[in-house]
Every structure is written in C-alpha cells, then in structure tokens.
Write a protein that binds this ligand. Structure first.
Ligand SMILES: NC(=O)c1ccc[n+]([C@@H]2O[C@H](COP(=O)([O-])OP(=O)(O)OC[C@H]3O[C@@H](n4cnc5c(N)ncnc54)[C@H](O)[C@@H]3O)[C@@H](O)[C@H]2O)c1
Length: 377
C-alpha cells in the first residue's frame, strides 16, 4: 500500500487534530488554528484504512475530523481514547459509519454537520427526479451518439409532474425541503411516511394550498400515511430521505417495488443500502417505463451488476451535497465541533447554524449526536 501524504498546519499547536481528508475552504482551518490546534491533514485521494488511521492517531491525539467512507468502530474509538482524544466529528450530517454506542462507551462526543446540507441535497434530489422522469441523461447519450435524425412526435416521452403525487419517505430536514420544492414548484400533492408527524410541513402546505385557492388555482394536499405500501401505491415519484440504520436497510425491496406504479420514479439521495440494489436492477429490467435516479449505492463506490447498463436509471457519484457553500459549511461545522469540544464550550442551543459560517465564530459546539448520553450541556 502506498504511504499516504499529509500536510501539517500550526505545527507548534497545543492540541493534535487529525483530518482524514483535505476539506474545502479555509475557515475550518482558521477555526482549528485559532483554538491552538496542530492540524494534520491527509492530502491523498485514497480512503484511509482503519489501520492507517490508528497508526496516525499514535500515542497522543486530541481530536479527529473523519469521513463517511471510514468505519468508525469500537477499535478506532478505543485507540483515540487511549491517545487522550476527546473529540470526533464526521464531515457529514449522516453518521451510519459511526458506532455511536462505542464512541459513547469511550466517552468521545461525536459531531455531525446538520443544517447546511438541507436545501442543497434536496435540490439534487429534485434534479435526479427530473433527469429520470424526463429522461435527460438518456437523451443526452442519444444526441452524443449521433442518433438524432429529426423531430418525432413520440421521442423520449416522460412524466408530467404538475398535479401528480409525490411521496417522501423520511420527512426530516431534507425530505421536507424536497417535498416543499416539488409541491411549490409543480403543484403536486404530497404523501409522506415517517416515524413521526411533521406538523410544520403539513401546516406549510395547508397555508400554501390556501394561497393557491386565493389565486384561482386548484388546492394541493398533504397526508402522512400509516404504511410505506400506502405511499408507494399512490405516488408518481418516491424520494428517499431517511437515515440509514437497521430499520431502513433494504426498506425498498422487490416486494415494495412491485407495489409501485409501473411508470413511477424512485429517487435515492439518502444512503445506498436503503434500496436492495439487486432487486432494483431486476425491477428496472422488467419495467422499462419505471425510472430511478440514484446518488448513492449499496456497495459504494461499486454498483450492482447490470445497473450501469440500464437506460432507465440515472446514476451520479454521491454528490448530493456538492456545492461550494455546503461543503465549506460542513467543513466549518466539523471544525467548530472539534475546536469547541477541545475548548470546553457548551452545545449550541439552536437548529440555526448559520452564525458559525461567517463573522466571529460562536463560543459553542454546533452539533453532537451523543450529547445526551454523555451529559454534555
Ligand atoms: N447523498 C448525500 O450526499 C446526502 C447528503 C445529506 C444527507 N444524506 C442522508 O440523508 C439523511 C437524512 O438527512 P436529514 O438531515 O434530513 O436528517 P433528519 O434526521 O432530519 O431526517 C431523517 C428522517 O428520517 C426519519 N426516519 C428514521 N427512521 C425511519 C424509518 N424507519 N422509516 C421512516 N422514516 C424514518 C426520521 O424520523 C427523520 O424524520 C442523512 O441521515 C444522510 O444519510 C445524504
């Protein structure tokens, strides 16, 4: 294995912090340096193995900013704890790559980066919805392949969204933002499935519906359904926005695909294993009118056999949060998590994390997922 390359910033800093991939922007580094951290950044493109991360942590390390491509297990947290580490942050809002009970057992707080990915990720889901439903990638390949010989009445016919039904599975921050974009943009009716009701979303759409009626347009509706099957049966578009855990692994499987409309659109910008990808390949083969837009894959970066051969699937490489503003914001929040913990700051008491992104950095820790378990105020 080729040795990885590292860059070191503020080499005389008091706290040793490891960052397992180079991050966008500079604010994140300024935050760590201002907190008297010596910052060691892995500048190689390859994913670090658990063994390489352990080796880098060595005998003394105060904190780490890690990536969703790394399995932060009990072994790694025990290594970090015995090196004196007291802070970890994921560079992501999701943390299915982190063994939270193991981190808690090692008394290491785990940070994440909510609030700066919401609209960006929802916008990508919208883009995938339209790319799949209006066959953008397929038509692009057709043009580049020199196959366009003239306008035809039935060339690449796709889905009409206006007035249809959009189904959101997991109506949290991103799912609700996606739902609103599809309802406001295309006057779709919304159904959603979640473990909890999203009253703010329901109220927002009820108010929007009143606005439409006041302007002489048809109302739109929203409904929380009892079962996933209820949602799948009525939706023209289904978009997945749950966390990945044992309750959502293979949430979309062969049986549930069979419940969907034969010309429905399925979008996944949550995590790959939420869909049984082999079952999706089989379903798309036998249902050519069905389309899918995928940002994430079950065995990332690999794809299941046959997926890339399907014209009715649009595939992009896990880039749902890839805008400069969002990725720099994620880096800033991850750094503020680690720097804040090392300086003994209290938890930020609001969902609004924008104050961290410009001006003076608040003397607080933006987001810790095991704060309650570790009794962090
Ligand atoms: N593709 C990407 O680049 C990308 C970017 C950002 C987030 N994500 C993924 O999106 C997920 C959601 O992010 P968020 O900020 O909206 O989180 P969130 O916590 O606000 O929303 C998640 C929602 O899923 C619901 N949920 C959990 N288990 C469920 C189940 N079994 N059935 C139905 N609903 C369930 C929760 O109640 C919650 O409302 C993240 O966990 C992450 O995995 C992916």
């Amino acid at each position: 294995m080729t040795p990885k390359e590292w860059s070191v910033h503020n080499s005389d800093g008091d706290h040793r912090v490891i960052v397992t991939k180079a991050l966008p922007g500079t604010r994140w580094l300024d935050i760590l340096v201002s907190a008297a951290c010596r910052v060691e950044v892995c500048t190689s493109e390859d994913v670090l193995t658990v063994g390489e991360i352990k080796e880098r942590i060595g005998e003394s390390c105060d904190g780490v900013i890690g990536q969703l491509t790394e399995g932060w297990n009990a072994d790694l947290f025990a290594t970090l704890a015995s090196a004196g580490g007291t802070a970890y942050s994921n560079f992501a809002v999701g943390y299915n790559n982190v063994d939270i009970p193991a981190a808690t057992a090692a008394e290491i707080p785990v940070g994440n980066t909510p609030g700066v990915l919401t609209e960006t990720t929802a916008e990508r889901a919208v883009a995938l919805t339209f790319s799949a439903g209006r066959r953008i990638a397929e038509a692009d390949r057709f043009m580049r392949g020199g196959e366009y010989v003239g306008w035809r009445p039935a060339l690449f016919m796709g889905t009409r969204f206006d007035g249809g039904t959009v189904g959101v599975i997991g109506a949290g921050r991103i799912g609700a933002a996606y739902g609103r974009m599809m309802v406001e943009g295309h006057k779709m009716n919304l159904v959603y499935f979640d473990l909890y009701p999203n009253e703010a979303l329901e109220q927002y759409i009820a108010d929007y519906s009143e606005f439409l009626v006041a302007h002489g347009e048809s109302p739109v509706t929203t409904k929380r359904v009892e079962t996933i099957e209820d949602l799948l049966a009525v939706s023209d578009v289904v978009s997945l926005h749950t966390v990945l855990d044992e309750t959502t692994h293979h949430l979309i499987n062969a049986e549930r695909l069979a419940v969907m409309k034969s010309d429905a659109i399925l979008v996944n910008s949550s995590r790959g294993p939420v869909i049984d990808e082999d079952a999706l390949v089989a379903h798309c083969r036998t249902n050519p009118e069905f389309t899918a837009g995928l940002d994430v894959f079950e065995d990332e970066p690999a794809m299941k056999e046959g997926l890339a051969d399907l014209d009715n699937v649009v595939i992009v490489p896990h880039i749902a949060s890839a805008t400069k503003w969002t990725r720099e914001g994620m880096a800033t929040l991850a750094a503020a998590n680690v720097a804040g913990l090392l300086q003994g700051y209290p938890l930020w008491d609001s969902d609004d994390v924008l104050p961290f992104l410009s001006g003076d950095v608040p003397r607080a820790v933006p987001s810790i997922v095991n704060a309650t378990e570790l009794s962090i105020e």
